[in-house]
Design a protein around this ligand. Structure first.
Ligand SMILES: Cc1cc2nc3c(=O)[nH]c(=O)nc-3n(C[C@H](O)[C@H](O)[C@H](O)COP(=O)(O)OP(=O)(O)OC[C@H]3O[C@@H](n4cnc5c(N)ncnc54)[C@H](O)[C@@H]3O)c2cc1C
Length: 297
């Protein structure tokens, strides 16, 4: 997540304008530490972060995401040049990758500002990823940093159905299960929703409380089958009539295939399909970030 600046402030009501004040970013750094850790299923662990500063963490619900900074093994805390303000990212990128903090994207799956706590569900997907390794070994007191929202209205909330939406389609894998849970918890009562969630094991499924009129289909991969069952399931589905809003997240290849299917084969308007590759098979988040930066350049 690259934090973006907020809406510019209104000009002061004076004949002679002063230089515009710099708009406050809707994002800031939060210091935090692990408070507790609970296994939710064979592939998912819930870690609760706590700290005084998290009382001001102002998540907007739904699929609110943020950047998490983790220490390398042997470091007491993640190394992020927060003292540089907006210049932190360039300085962080210029640092030695074995020293600078590991930066990864995660979703808020629970938040209690009065207690200064934020919950995050980590998918444990093997031994190659530093965030997964960290989550496997996390202990109370382990220090982290979050770059997250200071205002509930921020651009790291992606689920924004237009007002003329008749029904909602959600398709996700286990990394986007917290986002699906957040969206379902947020949907107004009676909203029609068709939901597909792909998870590695049957024990990774869980109740998804909602006031919406939601039909949830779990797709269990068991036995190491390849990712992407969600694509075939949506392809095969008979979808409700009316104007949909689709939200897709998970492995990039599956998300791309789903979007193509919905837009090209089902005729959904592009603007009604929100999509986000949360990870890509064979590429680390650093690799994805480097690609995105090269593309932007
Ligand atoms: C907006 C957003 C929100 C996200 N929210 C969550 C969340 O709440 N919970 C969560 O667990 N993840 C979430 N993710 C995905 C998470 O950021 C990635 O899975 C990330 O790659 C994990 O970092 P890592 O250090 O474990 O692996 P990396 O070092 O990034 O990758 C190492 C290897 O593992 C592979 N890999 C990465 N993720 C998976 C996976 N899930 N299954 C199998 N192989 C994988 C990569 O392809 C690569 O080959 C989110 C991503 C985004 C963009």
């Amino acid at each position: 997540m690259t934090p973006r600046t907020a809406v510019p402030l209104a000009a002061p009501p004076r004949a002679v304008r002063r230089p515009a004040a710099r708009p406050a970013s809707p994002f800031r750094f939060f210091d935090a530490a692990v408070v507790r850790r609970r296994r939710l299923g064979p592939s998912i662990v819930r870690i609760t972060f706590g700290g005084e500063q998290l009382r001001e963490f102002a998540g907007g619900g739904r699929d609110q995401s943020f950047s998490l900074f983790l220490p390398h093994p042997g470091q007491a805390e993640p190394v992020v040049p927060v003292e540089l303000g907006d210049a932190w990212f360039a300085a962080w990128r210029a640092m030695d990758p074995s020293v600078r903090a590991v930066m990864r994207s995660y979703t808020v799956c629970g938040q209690r500002p009065e207690a200064g706590e934020v919950d995050v569900d980590f998918v444990l997907h093997g031994d190659t990823g530093p965030a997964t390794r960290w989550a496997r070994g996390a202990r109370p007191g382990d220090r982290v940093r979050l770059l997250g929202p200071r205002t509930a209205e921020n651009k790291s909330v992606g689920f924004r159905p237009p007002s003329d939406t008749d029904w909602v389609l959600l398709a996700a894998d286990e990394t986007a299960l917290p986002a699906v849970a957040g969206i379902l918890a947020w949907l107004p009562a009676g909203t029609r929703a068709r939901v597909w969630v792909e998870v590695p094991r049957a024990e990774d499924t869980r109740p998804l409380p909602t006031a919406a009129d939601a039909e949830v289909t779990w797709l269990v991969r068991e036995d190491g089958r390849a990712h992407g069952a969600v694509v075939e399931a949506v392809r095969a589905a008979v979808l409700p009539a009316g104007t949909p809003y689709a939200w897709l997240a998970g492995e990039s290849g599956a998300v791309r295939a789903l979007r193509r299917h919905l837009v090209s084969e089902r005729g959904l308007e592009r603007g009604r399909v929100a999509f986000s590759g949360y990870w890509r098979l064979g590429v680390s988040e650093e690799g994805l970030r480097a690609e995105a930066l090269a593309g932007a350049a």
